[in-house]
Design a protein around this ligand. Sequence first.
Ligand code: ADP
Ligand code: ASP
Ligand code: MG
Length: 453
Amino acid sequence: MIVLKFGGTSVTDAAAIRRAAAIVESRRSRAPIVVVSALGGATNILLEVAAQSAGGQLLLALRSVEALRERHLAEAEALLGGTREAHDVVSEMGAMFDELASLAGALSVLGDLTPRSQDAIAAIGEMLSSLLAAAAFRAAGLPAVHVDARQVMITDDHFMKAEPDVDAIAEAAHRILGPIVRNGEIPVLGGFIGTAKSSGITTTLGRGGGDYSASLFGAALHTEAIEVWTDVDGMLTADPRVVKNARLIERVAFDEASELASFGAKVLHPSTIAPAVRLGIPVYVLNSRNPASAGTMITFDAPRRPVTAIAGKSNVSLVKVRSPKMLLAEGFLHRLFKVFEDHKTSVDVVATSEVSVSLTVDDPTHLDAIIVDLRALGDVAIERNRGIVAIVGTGISDGGASMSRALQALGNVRVYMLSLSATGINLTVVVDDEQVKPLMQRLHAEFFERERA
Ligand code: ADP
Ligand code: ASP
Ligand code: MG
C-alpha cells in the first residue's frame, strides 16, 4: 500500500485532476490510497465566507459561495460531461453548497464566529474535492471509491487544530479502508478534516493539515511510502518564492525535514514527519506538474551535509519574561510552560538566562490571555513583528566552518534571540520581520550559490 496526497494546486481544476488521475494510474499496482486537499484557494475562500457572514456581510459571503459553486460545477462538467455519474455528483455537491449557504445565514444571525463553526465551513472544501476527484478518477477508468474522511480521521474536539486519536484512526482505517484496498479498489478521501470522537462534530487539523492526514493514514496502515504531490519539484534549499535560486534536495533525513517544516518550509505541514518516523515510512515530496522528476525522499539514512537548507517565517511573537524570583527558584520553567500548555499554544524557540526567559510563539490567538497569566510570574514584554530564520544541517555544530559562516552572513542585522537545537542541526535566529527574506537570501547565497574556498 502507498498513500498519495494531492495538495490544492494539484487538484485545482479539471486539468490538474486529470494529471492526478494519471499519477494514481502509474501507482496502481502498489495499492494506492488517495488523500486530496480542497481545490486551490478554496479553503481561504471558505474561511473568508465564515468571517464575512459573522461580520455582517452576508451578501458578500453569499456571492463568494455562488462563485465557488460555479467553479466546482464547471470543473465537474469538464471532467464528467453529461454522464449519470455527473448528475449524481453535481446534485451531491449542490446539497453541500446549499448547506454552506445556510451555515453562512445562521452565522450572520448569530454574529459570532466560533472555531467550531469555522471548521464546519472550512471542511466543505475537502468534502467537495474528494467527491469530485473520486468521480473524475472513475471517469478516467480507475476503480475509485469515495470515503468520507471524517469516518476515519478521529480527533479530539480542539476545533481548528484537532489532535488525532491514533488508535481510533488505526481501527477505522483497517475497518473502512482495508477492505476497499483488498478489493482492488482505490479509496479517495479528503485531507485536513476529521470528527471529534466525543461528539461526532466536524473538526480540522489546522491549515496545511492535508499532509498530516496523509502521514496518519500511512502510519495507521503501515504503508510502504507516503507521497506528497505538490507544485514544486520537492523540498528545496529554501522557499522558491523567497530565493529564486533554490535547489532541489534529493534526499533529506527525517530530523532535518522536520526542523525545516517547523520553521517555515510550508511544503510540508510540521506534524507530517512524526507518524512516518515512528514506523520508518519514507515520505516523498513530488511535483504533480513534473511527475518524472525524482522529487525529495525523506528517510532516516539520508546523506548529511554541512547545511541542508534555509527556512524562515514571519509574524512571530517574541515573549520575554523577567523575574528576580527565578533566581534559584525550582519549578519556575515548569510554571512558565504550564501557562502556554493551558492555552494550547506551542512554543517554538526558547532561550533562558538566570533571571529571564525569551520564547517565540507562532499562533497569537491566545497571546493576550497568556500575558495575563504570565504576569503572575514576572515582568512580561511582547514584541510582535518578529520573524525566524533557521539554518538546518549537521555541519552547524560539528566545529567546522558552517557556524561562523552563518554568523558572518548575519552581518549587522539586529538579532533578538539565537538558539541551537539540542540535536545540533538547527541554528535559529529571531530578527525583525522585514529582515527574514533578505537574511534567507544572504544565507542561501553564502551556502549554496558561491564557490567554496
Ligand atoms: P500544497 O497545496 O500542495 O499543499 P503548499 O502551498 O502547502 O502546497 O506548499 C507548497 C509550497 O511551499 C511551494 O509552492 C513553496 O512556495 C513553499 N515552500 C516553502 N518552503 C519550501 C521549501 N523549502 N521547499 C519547497 N517548497 C517550499
Ligand atoms: N485545504 C487545507 C488548507 O488549505 C488543508 C491543506 O491544503 O493541506 O489549509
Ligand atoms: Mg500544503
